[in-house]
Design a protein around this ligand. Structure first.
Ligand code: CTP
Ligand code: CA
Length: 224
């Protein structure tokens, strides 16, 4: 594609995006999951593609479909699958964005047969998954790295801590307290916090528009 008028600022760049939930198997028919649909990450992928980037979208289990010539969709199931794809694709990307709702814990063992009930109560032992974004922060060379923070209390402080702990350039704070924001909504209300800990809060808007605000903020980081 030609870019005579300079309208494709991400032409020649590679963007890696994680999106959607992860499912952690308990047995062949059951899993631990969450309510993420992946829509925010899909909108980010479309926005990056519209700006001319080549996009790798690592997408957890969702019924949403994505089709765009510049977007390669890698469908994954568990946090482990998602991490494997990130290990493969992060080193060559220019911008990494972790919007996935990754499970923090998974069942320590996966039963090979369907678990049968008995009269007794039942306990599942859980172990930690890899913090994929933290790994990206440790590997980061000259990539711009963006994370999300989903908080219900002490929101700004928790988000700033995540930005620092995971070596991010920008964090998108999602508040579950705002009506019209979060998992099941087509709209979102976010605050963006950059590496200088400057905060910008946005109105409730469509996830398409939120994606544009995020890329505007990434563009400012690249130029300072
Ligand atoms: N994340 C990740 N891998 C994980 C857990 C989280 O890549 N195993 C990423 C998410 O995609 C998000 C960011 O880390 O970009 C923050 O996720 P969040 O769940 O808000 O924070 P956690 O660090 O997991 O901490 P907690 O859930 O305890 O608040
Ligand atoms: Ca978490």
């Amino acid at each position: 594609e030609q870019d005579i008028l300079g309208k494709l600022p991400l032409k020649g760049k590679e963007v890696l995006i994680t999106a959607g939930p992860t499912y952690e198997a308990i047995d062949p028919v059951r899993f631990i999951g969450n309510h993420s649909t992946g829509l925010m990450g899909i909108e980010l992928a479309k926005c990056a593609a519209a700006l001319g980037a080549k996009v790798n979208l690592i997408l957890g289990p969702t019924s949403l479909q994505v089709s765009h010539s510049l977007i390669t969709v890698h469908r994954v199931f568990s946090a482990k699958d998602m991490f494997q794809k990130v290990e493969e694709l992060f080193p060559t990307c220019n911008i990494g964005i972790a919007s996935a709702a990754v499970a923090d814990y998974r069942p320590k063992t996966i039963a090979t047969q369907k678990l049968k009930k008995s009269e007794a109560d039942f306990t599942i032992e859980l172990e930690r998954t890899t913090d994929i974004l933290k790994w990206m922060g440790e590997q980061k060379k000259d990539q711009v790295l963006v994370g999300f923070a989903l908080e219900t209390q002490n929101e700004e402080e928790n988000a700033k801590q995540k930005l620092i702990k995971k070596n991010l350039d920008l964090i998108v704070l999602n508040s579950l307290n705002d009506p019209g924001a979060g998992f099941k909504s087509k709209t979102n209300k976010v605050s963006l916090i950059n590496h200088k800990l400057e905060i910008k809060s946005f109105e409730l808007k469509s996830k398409t528009e939120v994606a544009q605000d995020i890329f505007d903020a990434i563009n400012l980081i690249k130029h300072d």
